[in-house]
Ligand binder design. Structure first.
Ligand SMILES: [Zn+2]
Length: 87
């Protein structure tokens, strides 16, 4: 009986912890598009777009980063796929 209650409490604590973590991540979002939910990142200067984990994204100036949620969105905006990560 006690064991069951302990397990229940542990589950609740775990769920609350997860909710708090997700809430904290959401708070980091600024602007219209949340960088965490964007899989593609464009460079406003070169008009090329990359997968968010491409090595070129790390070198990019934060001011030049444009976030896209889909490949089509980037292409519609006039961006060209990167030849290294081939998004
Ligand atoms: Zn790339």
């Amino acid at each position: 009986m006690t064991k069951r209650i302990t397990a229940l409490i542990l589950t609740l604590v775990l769920l609350l912890g997860l909710t708090a973590a997700v809430g904290a991540a959401t708070l980091d979002c600024t602007g219209d598009v949340c960088p965490l939910s964007s899989s593609y990142i464009g460079n406003a200067r070169t008009h090329k777009f990359h997968y968010s984990d491409c090595r070129y994204v790390g070198r990019m100036n934060e001011d030049n980063k444009v976030y896209f949620e889909s490949r089509d969105e980037a292409i519609d905006a006039g961006y060209v796929p990167c030849k290294v990560c081939r998004p």
